[in-house]
Design a protein around this ligand. Structure first.
Ligand SMILES: Cc1cc2nc3c(=O)[nH]c(=O)nc-3n(C[C@H](O)[C@H](O)[C@H](O)COP(=O)(O)O)c2cc1C
Length: 172
C-alpha cells in the first residue's frame, strides 16, 4: 500500500481551513484542563453528537478520556492569543489558564468569555484514531454569541471571508 510521508500529509491538510476551539474540562482532582483544537466538527444530528480529536501524547489526554463532560469554546476572530496560550504544552506543569479570563459554567466547566459559541458535551464515547483519540460528545446545551469566528488556514489565524475577499480583489 502506498504511504504518504508525514510532512506531505501536514502540508496538504494545512490547506483545509478549520475552526479554532479551546476544549476544557475539570479532572477528578478538580484541576482545569484545556487544549486548542481545530479538529472539532459535528457528527450526528440524532443523537446530537460532535467530535474532537486529542493527541494521545498530550498531557491532558488522560484527564479528557476519563472525564464525564467537556466544554467546546469556539473562538472569536480576536481570540488568536487565547488559541496560542492553549496550544502550549502542559507537560512542564504550565498553567495554561493563567492570564485568560474564564467563567465556570455548568458542572464547573471553564468557559471562555466572549467565545463565538460554548457547547457543553457529555462524553459519549472515546474512539481510536491512530495517534489521536476521538472524543465523541453528546451536546447537552449551547450558547452562541454571533461574534465572527476565528479560522486556521495555511498555518495562520485568519477570518472567514478573508480568502474570498482576496480572490475577488485579484479578479478585478
Ligand atoms: C490551530 C491549532 C489547532 C490544533 N488542533 C489540535 C487538535 O485538534 N488536536 C490536538 O490534539 N492538538 C491540536 N493542537 C495542538 C494542541 O493544542 C497542543 O498540542 C496541546 O495544547 C498540548 O496539550 P497538553 O498541554 O495537554 O500536552 C492544535 C494547535 C493549534 C495551534
Amino acid at each position: 500500500m502506498p504511504t504518504i510521508d508525514p510532512a506531505e500529509f501536514a502540508r496538504t491538510m494545512a490547506h483545509v481551513p478549520t475552526p479554532v476551539t479551546v476544549v476544557t474540562t475539570v479532572d477528578a482532582a478538580g484541576r482545569r484542563l484545556g487544549f486548542t483544537a481545530g479538529s472539532f466538527t459535528s457528527l450526528s444530528l440524532d443523537p446530537p453528537l460532535v467530535l474532537v480529536c486529542l493527541a494521545k501524547k498530550a498531557s491532558c489526554h488522560e484527564g479528557f478520556v476519563h472525564s464525564r463532560r467537556f466544554l467546546v469554546n469556539v473562538l472569536a476572530a480576536d481570540q488568536a492569543d487565547v488559541a496560542g496560550a492553549f496550544a502550549r504544552s502542559g507537560h512542564s506543569g504550565l498553567d495554561k489558564f493563567a492570564g485568560t479570563p474564564m467563567q465556570p459554567l455548568e458542572h464547573g466547566l471553564p468557559g471562555l468569555t466572549d467565545a463565538t459559541a460554548r457547547i457543553v458535551c457529555a462524553l459519549h464515547d472515546v474512539l481510536d484514531g491512530g495517534d489521536h483519540s476521538i472524543l465523541v460528545g453528546r451536546m447537552e446545551s449551547a450558547e452562541v454569541s454571533g461574534a465572527e469566528p476565528l479560522v486556521y488556514h495555511n498555518r495562520r489565524f485568519t477570518r472567514p471571508g478573508s480568502t474570498a475577499e482576496l480572490l475577488s480583489s485579484a479578479a478585478r
